[in-house]
Write a protein that binds this ligand. Structure first.
Ligand SMILES: [Zn+2]
Length: 69
């Protein structure tokens, strides 16, 4: 599973996107971006909810096992 985040999905006019294999890897990237780009020293509960709502989960492509049955 890949987790994807697009800053624009939180309502901000921003092209930042982040991607990671786990939420634990993704959240620090978002937090770091928030700090640098949006002056968010801390992420409020309200912002956190928006962020979580904006994160999408996508299955990984299995290129190797592409056989039928
Ligand atoms: Zn942003």
């Amino acid at each position: 599973m890949a987790y994807k985040f697009s800053c624009r999905d939180t309502g901000l006019d921003c092209d930042f996107k982040a991607e990671a294999e786990t939420m634990d890897e993704l959240m620090p990237k978002i937090a770091e971006h928030g700090k640098q780009a949006h002056d968010m020293a801390e992420i409020s509960d309200e912002t956190m909810q928006k962020v979580k709502a904006a994160i999408t989960e996508e299955p990984k492509n299995e290129s190797e096992s592409d056989k039928k049955e």
